[in-house]
Design a protein around this ligand. Structure first.
Ligand code: NAD
Length: 468
């Protein structure tokens, strides 16, 4: 038995079996999640398809419903925050911020116009380009920001007139189930359904005949499977995938100031952010200072159980990811990297890894070439500007990147040469609902957020009226 239920057709529904949800701060199971059967997934898709018939017709009702969803999220932190912290690991205050963030996203999409454009209006023809909803959306999310990343899909998909079946990660199923349960108060039955289970459930979703669109956030490897699975039915796909974001420090930057900011934007959420800084390029002359400031910030950071007061950083979310970070750091050490701080697991239960700063590493070492997605940061030296741009771009990742300079114009010139979806100058990780977010190359397909993200949940239709 589980205290958490699937949400299908507006009803809370148990599943015949459950699976354990582990608290990453202890490494122990603390709750069970329902393991949806194939039949329950079919029911969820049928409910969504039935709800679509009316939901698509009334734009004002959809705006109102999304505003009501936002208000629910603005007061949901007390209930959802502790669940999110216990399953994800992040500190409670950050779990609460995630609830508020989801509310902001819902309000943004409630207010956003679905564009319409008259392209011909003369004696003979009235022709207009309109955007129609697609039908049912299969939405699949990862474990690093379960609530906010779900809101990036729920907001625009519902605003455009679609209905949804949402599947969170098996590592973090519970806060999403409770969020969807709460949102039912604002939505007609079947408009937003939530199913939980293992990765297999995700496969069933992407190959299911009902959804016309798959909106997926997760790893590159899974994203490729999702694209292949959606292809035979020509389902539309949006893929938000992994990143290996470079931060390039130019020689006119103030090394101490820059290093403090880079630390914050590399280690936020314990480094488990798709667009966190994952490798830092510094001129040789600045290496010592940048490494020493980032390492001292890392060493002073308070890691611990997110339910405890004053904790700034939680554990790594799950065992496979913990093992991966361990492996990448061990590999770097074996290849001669210098450990400025950290470098090993913490001597305590749970999936805690010491915040780690590495120097004397370069391309060809796995922690530089691959996405580490954890609290370990390589700092790499370079000699000249054109060389460093090529090195930053020499990867199949292309999510985002940043350039740090005393002269923002110079920084922008360099940033514009980065092959990635967002190129920041003197900052990193700045996102808003109005800002399109997506990746070049293997980091994704399409974008989320802003009018572009809304358009991705629509089909273009030309409404062409012959006159006379
Ligand atoms: P993952 O790819 O392992 O899993 C993501 C989701 O896909 C989970 O819900 C999982 O159950 C499901 N899934 C697994 N196999 C599937 C399949 N064959 N078909 C359909 N669904 C399947 O990713 P993760 O480990 O949960 O998340 C971490 C990754 O997500 C990192 O690479 C990170 O960079 C990326 N990410 C990207 C963004 C972005 O917006 N670009 C945001 C957050 C995380």
């Amino acid at each position: 038995m589980s205290d958490f239920n699937l949400i299908i057709g507006g009803d809370a529904r148990p599943a015949a079996s459950t699976f354990d949800v582990i608290n990453p701060a202890t490494g122990e199971p603390w709750a069970q999640a329902p393991d949806a059967s194939k039949e329950q997934l079919d029911e969820a898709f049928s409910s969504a398809a039935k709800a679509y018939i009316d939901w698509r017709t009334d734009e004002d009702a959809r705006r109102e419903a999304l505003r009501a969803c936002a208000n629910i999220m603005f007061t949901a932190g007390g209930d959802l925050g502790p669940i999110l912290t216990k399953e994800q690991g992040k500190p409670l205050s950050q779990a609460n911020v995630e609830c508020l963030g989801a509310g902001l996203w819902f309000n943004y999409f409630a207010d956003l116009e679905v564009p319409q454009e008259v392209i011909q209006d003369d004696d003979n023809v009235f022709a207009e380009v309109v955007r129609r909803p697609m039908g049912v959306v299969a939405a699949i999310t990862p474990w690093n920001f379960p609530l906010i990343l779900a809101s990036w899909k729920i907001g625009p998909a519902l605003r455009a007139g679609n209905t949804i079946v949402l599947k969170p990660s098996p590592f973090t199923p519970l806060a999403t189930l409770k969020m969807v349960e709460k949102l039912q108060a604002a939505l007609p039955p079947g408009v937003l359904n939530c199913v939980t289970g293992g990765d297999e459930l995700g496969k069933w979703m992407t190959s299911h005949p009902v959804p016309r669109k798959v909106s997926f956030t997760g790893s590159v490897a899974t994203g490729k499977h999702v694209a292949a699975s959606a292809a035979p039915d020509l389902k539309r796909v949006t893929l938000e995938l992994g990143g290996n974001d470079p931060a390039i420090v130019l020689d006119d930057a103030n090394p101490t100031e820059v290093a403090e900011k880079i630390f914050a934007q590399a280690f936020a959420n314990t480094g488990q952010i798709c667009s966190a800084i994952k490798r830092v390029y510094v001129p040789e002359s600045m290496q010592d200072e940048v490494v020493s400031v980032i390492a001292s910030k890392a060493a002073a950071a308070k890691f611990g159980d997110g339910m405890e007061d004053g904790v700034e950083y939680g554990p790594i979310n799950n065992k496979p990811q913990f093992e991966r970070v361990k492996e990448l750091v061990a590999d770097a050490k074996a290849k001669g990297a210098t450990v400025a701080t950290g470098g090993d697991v913490m001597d305590r239960p749970g999936y805690f890894f010491q915040p780690t700063v590495l120097s004397n590493v370069t391309e060809g070492v796995r922690i530089v070439d691959e996405e580490q997605f954890g609290p370990a940061l390589p700092i790499i030296t370079y000699r000249d500007e054109s060389e460093v741009i090529d090195r930053a771009n020499a990867t199949m990742f292309g999510l985002s990147g940043s350039v740090w300079s005393g002269d923002p114009e110079r920084g922008a010139k360099v940033a514009s040469q980065l092959e990635c979806g967002t190129a920041w100058v003197n900052t990193h990780l700045q996102l808003s609902p109005a800002q399109p977010f997506g990746g070049f190359k293997w980091s994704g397909l399409g974008v989320e957020n802003g009018p572009w993200g809304l358009a991705a949940f629509t089909e273009i239709q030309v409404l062409y009226k012959a006159k006379g």
